[in-house]
Design a protein around this ligand. Structure first.
Ligand SMILES: *Cc1c(COP(=O)(O)O)cnc(C)c1O
Length: 215
């Protein structure tokens, strides 16, 4: 299992960057992984997981949460507005707040359900037309609109363009978070989590390096 290896590499990256041990949260991304691989990681004591699809997560986590208490579940995939209700019910954090219609739904559900997941705003750092996320320029207005709705996002998230050096994207996200006083940075995946940690990531989203390739 790759969990121990990844935990060691995170600890080493924290130390190299002069960051406190344990300052980076490892989100084990379990989407579409065979059940046995995920339960092995639960058995090993890990409790923080990421999922991309509301329906898939609804199908497995309520039961697993009963069997392994203390699970913290992060939504890291695109979230349709009509799934906001289920998402607020199921997830402890949502990393993909990327538009006002979704912000309104989440605010409504937080009111109705009396619980609000931690929110990360997804930023389209590469300005890619096909990719979700708000543009860096839009962040100040988007944030203040969130505040008007009673939402308090605590961080930013990005997925750098494929095939490009992720560093400038990590740096941009870090600067934006700093400028707006947001403490959390969700960045870095299997291929680049160590450089993300060097650039200040507080949450890394690692799937295949822990569980193996997805089918
Ligand atoms: C699937 C996914 C990951 C994990 O990717 P790996 O390369 O398997 O580590 C991280 N973040 C997001 C947004 C994902 O969709």
């Amino acid at each position: 299992m790759g969990l121990d290896d990844i935990k060691r590499r995170i600890a080493a990256a924290e130390e190299r960057a002069g960051r406190a041990p344990g300052s980076v949260t490892l989100i084990a991304v379990s989407k579409v992984q065979p059940e046995g691989r995920v339960t092995a990681v639960l058995d090993a004591g890990h409790r923080v997981f990421g999922e991309n699809y509301v329906q898939e997560a609804q199908g497995k986590w309520p039961d697993w949460r009963n069997r392994w208490p203390g699970v913290e579940l992060h939504m890291i995939g695109p979230l349709q507005s009509n799934k906001a209700k289920a998402a607020v019910d199921l997830f402890d954090a949502i990393h993909t707040l990327d538009r006002m219609t979704l912000a309104r739904k989440l605010a409504q559900q937080a009111d109705q359900q009396g619980r609000s997941p931690h929110l990360f705003i997804q930023v389209n750092t590469g300005d890619e037309p096909q990719k979700a996320g708000i543009l860096a320029d839009e962040l100040p207005v988007f944030l203040s609109s969130c505040h008007d709705l009673g939402l308090s996002p605590s961080g930013l998230m990005c997925i750098p363009p494929e095939g490009h050096d992720p560093l400038p994207h990590f740096r941009l996200l870090r600067r934006l978070a700093h400028d707006h006083g947001l403490p959390h940075l969700s960045m870095g995946m299997s291929a680049d989590f160590e450089s993300a940690i060097a650039e200040g990531a507080t949450h890394v989203r690692v799937g295949s390096a822990i569980f193996g390739d997805r089918a």
